[in-house]
Write a protein that binds this ligand. Structure first.
Ligand code: NIG
Ligand code: FE
Length: 412
C-alpha cells in the first residue's frame, strides 16, 4: 500500500540513514524541507522531496497536509504506563507538603500502585493501560518504552510484562518492554531487601528471560531504593540472559547509578535531576544516552536536569515523559518538549532532537524511528500550518495536531 502526503509546508527532522543519535552541537540543527511531499510504502518512508518534483501515482492514497508541518512522531523512551487505578489521594498529600520520599516511606507510592495492580486482573490491566496508549498515540507518540515494576512479586511482574507484550502485539505503536522488578522492595519482603534482590536474580529474571518478556532491565538505583551494589548484582545477572540495562539514577541523590549503568553498557541512564561533572565525564564516549524527565521535575518540584550543560559538554541528551501515577501523570511529549525549552533552556531544535532521534536511540530503535529518513517507519505527525518550529513548544497547549500516522496509517 502506498500513501502520499502532499502540500507539506515544512517537512521537519530529516536525517541521512545511519545517524544513530545526535551529540552536543549536532543537536542544535533540525533539517527541514519546505513545500514538500512524503511517500510511504508498506508502512515505511519510501521517499520525499519538493512538491515541484512530485510525480503522480495512480495507485496511492493521497493526504493533503494543507501547508502544515510533517515531523517524525515523538519517541518516549521512559514510561510506566501499565498501572492500575491512580494515586490521586497522594496528590493531596503532596499538595499538603509531603515529599515523594515521605509518601513512599509511609508505604504509599510505588507500593500503593503494587497493591492496586495485585487486585486487578490481567484483562482489566490491559484495558486501563490501552486507554493511556491510545491517549499518547493521539498526542503524537509513535514509540514507547514501558516498564514493569508495580508487581514486585514474581507473579505480578509477569502479569505486567504479559500486558506489555499484549500491547506490543495489538497496538500500532512501537513498544519496548523493560523489566523493573527492582523498583521497590515488595511488601512481603519488608526489611529483607537482600532476599528481595535474590528473588529478582534467582526467580524473576530467569522466568522473564525464558518467556522473552523483556527487551531491557531496569533498577531504581537511588537513595531509599536500591544501592549501587544491588544494582551491580542485578545487571550482572541480567547480562547472563543478554538483557541490556536502562536504569533509573540520580533522581533523589547523586547515587553512583550513572557510573554503574555505564559500567554495564546501559543503553540509557534516566532521571539525572542530581548530577555533578563526574557523571558527565563517566558518560563521555560511553554509548549510554543521558535521559532526562522534565515532567517528573515539574510534578515533584525537583530540580531540572542539566541538559544544557550536557549538550555544551558535547554529550547527547534524550527527553522522555516518565508517564506514571506517582511522579509524572502525563505522557504528553509536546509538553516535555516545551519543558525542555522553558525550564531547561534548550533551543526548540535541541528539544525536538531530544524527543525524537535521541529518545529513539535510548530505546534501541533509532535505525527505524526518530527522523524523516528513507527506510524508517511512517510514524508521522501532520500539524496545522505553523509559523515556525519554535511554535510547537512555545504555544504548547494549542491543539496543532491534525493527524497522526503510524506505519503510514492514519489513527482513527
Ligand atoms: O520514574 N523513580 C522511580 N519510578 C518512577 C515513579 C514511580 C511511582 O512513583 O509510581 C519515576 O519517577
Ligand atoms: Fe521512571
Amino acid at each position: 500500500m502506498k500513501t502520499v502526503i502532499y502540500n507539506i509546508g515544512t517537512l521537519a527532522g530529516i536525517l541521512p540513514a545511519g545517524v544513530e543519535k545526535l551529540d552536543g552541537k549536532e543537536m542544535g540543527h533540525v533539517e527541514c524541507l519546505e513545500d514538500a511531499y512524503v511517500v510511504i510504502e508498506d508502512g515505511v518512508i519510501a521517499g520525499f522531496g519538493r512538491m515541484d518534483t512530485a510525480r503522480n501515482c495512480s495507485d496511492a492514497i493521497y493526504i493533503d497536509a494543507k501547508g502544515g508541518y510533517v515531523m517524525p512522531c515523538f519517541c518516549d523512551s521512559h514510561t510506566h504506563i501499565v498501572y492500575a487505578g491512580c494515586r490521586d489521594g497522594e496528590f493531596r498529600d503532596k499538595i499538603a507538603g509531603l515529599s515523594y520520599e515521605e509518601i513512599a516511606a509511609r508505604g504509599g507510592g510505588i507500593l500503593n500502585s503494587a497493591d492496586l495492580l495485585h487486585a486487578t486482573s490481567e484483562d482489566e490491566l490491559y484495558r486501563q493501560s490501552m486507554e493511556r496508549v491510545n491517549e499518547i498515540m493521539a498526542m503524537g507518540t509513535g514509540a514507547v518504552e514501558i516498564k514493569s515494576g508495580y508487581g514486585l512479586t514474581t507473579e505480578d511482574e509477569l502479569k505486567m510484562l504479559r500486558v506489555i507484550r499484549r500491547i506490543k502485539e495489538t497496538a500500532p505503536i512501537t513498544v519496548k518492554a523493560n523489566f523493573l522488578g527492582a523498583h521497590a522492595v515488595g511488601r512481603a519482603y519488608k526489611g529483607r531487601q537482600k532476599e528481595y534482590v535474590a528473588l529478582i536474580c534467582d526467580e524473576m529474571l530467569p522466568k522473564v528471560a525464558s518467556e522473552g518478556l523483556a527487551d531491557f532491565v531496569d533498577v531504581f538505583c537511588d537513595k531509599g531504593f536500591f544501592t549501587i551494589e544491588e544494582t551491580d548484582r542485578i545487571l550482572t545477572e541480567a547480562a547472563r540472559y543478554g538483557i541490556r540495562p536502562k536504569i533509573h539514577a540520580n533522581e533523589l541523590e547523586v547515587s553512583g547509578g550513572v557510573q554503574v549503568g555505564v559500567k554495564h553498557g546501559a543503553l540509557s541512564v534516566d532521571h539525572l535531576e542530581k548530577t555533578t561533572d563526574a557523571e558527565m565525564e563517566a558518560l563521555r564516549g560511553s554509548g549510554t544516552m543521558p535521559t532526562m524527565l522534565p515532567g517528573c521535575s515539574f510534578f515533584l518540584g525537583l530540580p531540572y536536569g542539566r541538559a544544557k550543560d550536557y549538550i555544551e559538554a558535547g554529550l547527547p541528551v534524550a527527553l522522555a515523559s516518565d508517564y506514571n501515577p506517582g511522579s509524572s501523570p502525563s505522557g504528553n511529549m509536546r509538553f516535555v518538549m516545551a519543558l525542555g525549552c522553558i525550564r531547561m533552556r534548550l533551543t526548540p531544535e535541541q528539544s525536538f532532537n531530544a524527543c525524537t532521534i535521541n529518545s529513539a536511540y535510548a530505546m534501541g530503535i533509532s535505525d527505524i524511528l526518530g527522523s524523516i529518513t528513507v527506510g524508517k517507519k511512517g510514524n508521522l505527525i501532520i500539524t496545522k500550518p505553523l509559523p515556525s518550529l519554535a511554535f510547537i513548544p512555545y504555544s504548547h497547549q494549542t491543539p496543532i495536531i491534525e493527524k497522526v500516522l503510524l506505519n503510514g496509517n492514519p489513527l482513527l
